[in-house]
Design a protein around this ligand. Structure first.
Ligand code: RNT
Ligand code: ZN
Length: 426
């Protein structure tokens, strides 16, 4: 027995005393897919329009060297990240990541422009999710997309969204697993508007049109993502929480809860159960807001732990699609994926190692002393021994060993890439 196995052996008996079968927990964990957002790899640049600035009130800071600038480089980086993350997962694409030699605009995109992504996903046993890109485009310059008062702008974005659903459906069919297409619109005003209703009526009508197109629900799920504010839309966002939740409930759609899209003391961990009482499925954008919707890399903090508990305790994980949404350009971008995704999986593992029935019993008996005492004691149970063993059995690096791999990759691939990019520019 090596050290990891010895530690696991001890942990297994500690959890067995609480009635938890750690082997069964690992089997359950293996089945959970996380959707890794492709946009962490290149600071939300994409490949369709080389010169478009990032817009829509989101921001990436940092210029760490080695950023992917071609679809091949991005796939190479994702593969590297996945080699350090236990389990089989999904990749979340945005429309601007189309991999094509054709010059196409967003309202002209077709499944064929994503064929190379699908081939790659098949080769790597991955699922794909999708997002229309309703920002970083001249047609979004007014700050409004599908809720614009200008019919031409509205039509452009409606067409883009319709085509995006077709691309999502194609992903789902080809990969034989449901693709979630997530709709997020930056539309809003910097300063206090006079008319808060008309843009929302226009957004509703536009969405009705987008969703009027038949899509095979076996392979495809629509989600709409709300937001409380963005940079430049501090006073009013058309797609607010009430708008998106109301629309989803009434029209049998799903919402996407992004951890950074609510008021600073509001948490999505407490929104999962009520939302799933009135919608069939849910999409999460697990992120980390620091003072604002800053999209910091996900860490193993209290809210991540609460999110995982909300999903595991009552098995709402069965109805939930877990996506990640952060973009940090100030650190190694591959490491950012690895840190955030490993933390998400680790949080789910910790939640699965909880004797929930025992805690529920304390709660029902109003024994809140035992509830608090036990929740605190559980925090120092040896979950890390189970995590290390899980990584070992899944064939990925344990503890911080992955960091050595990232550093090597940085030297051998990322920094060389930078040199040749610079050479190319001069
Ligand atoms: C923006 C939303 C949205 C984006 C991605 C790139 O605030 O969170 O999900 O981050 O579409
Ligand atoms: Zn998001």
């Amino acid at each position: 027995m090596n050290r990891t196995e010895q530690a696991y052996h001890l942990a297994k008996s500690a959890y067995a005393e609480l009635g938890i079968d750690t082997d069964a927990v690992m089997e359950r964990l293996k089945k959970i897919k996380i959707s890794l957002h492709c946009w962490q790899g290149d600071d939300v640049s994409g490949f369709l329009f080389k010169d478009n600035e990032l817009s829509g009130g989101i921001q990436v800071t940092g210029n760490y060297p080695g950023k992917a600038s071609t679809p091949e480089q991005l796939r190479q980086d994702i593969e590297k990240a996945l080699s350090m993350i236990p389990g089989k997962h999904k990749i979340n694409l945005h429309a601007i990541y189309a991999d094509t030699d054709e010059k196409v605009d967003l309202n002209e995109l077709e499944p064929k422009h994503f064929e190379r992504w699908v081939d790659w996903a098949k080769q790597n046993g991955l699922g794909l999710d999708f997002n229309p890109t309703c920002f970083s485009h001249p047609m979004a310059d007014s700050g409004f997309t599908i809720s614009s008062p200008d019919p031409e702008i509205r039509a452009f974005w409606i067409e883009h969204c319709k085509r995006s659903r077709k691309i999502g459906e194609y992903f789902g069919k080809e990969l034989e697993q449901k693709c979630v297409t997530n709709f997020w619109f930056p539309d809003g005003y910097k300063d206090i508007p006079v008319d808060r209703q008309s843009p929302r009526i226009r957004m509703k009508t536009a969405l009705d049109e987008v969703f009027s197109q038949e899509i095979n629900e076996q392979y495809h799920l629509d989600a709409i993502e709300s937001k409380v504010f963005g940079i430049g839309t501090e006073s009013y966002v058309v797609g607010s929480n009430e708008f998106c939740l109301g629309y989803a409930v009434k029209n049998n759609k799903s919402v996407c809860l992004d951890a950074g899209h609510f008021h600073p003391t509001e948490v999505i961990s407490d929104k999962i159960s009520p939302v799933l009482m009135f919608t069939n499925e849910l999409l999460l954008h697990v992120s980390r807001p620091v003072r604002w919707d800053s999209d910091h890399v996900v860490i193993l903090d209290d809210e991540l732990s609460q999110i995982a508990h909300s999903l595991i305790r009552t098995n709402l994980i069965e109805k939930t699609h877990i996506g990640l949404d952060f973009f940090d350009g100030s650190i190694n971008r591959v490491a950012a994926w690895v840190i955030g995704t490993r933390n998400m999986i680790k949080a789910l593992l910790v939640a699965m190692l909880e004797p929930t029935e025992m805690l529920n019993q304390f709660e029902l008996e109003k024994d809140y002393t035992s509830r608090l005492a036990m929740l605190e004691e559980l925090k120092s149970y040896p979950f890390s021994a189970v995590w290390d063993y899980y990584c070992e059995t899944m064939g990925v690096a344990q503890k911080q060993e992955w960091l050595l791999e990232v550093k090597k990759y940085e030297q051998e691939v990322l920094l060389k890439r930078e040199k040749c990019n610079v050479k190319g520019r001069f």
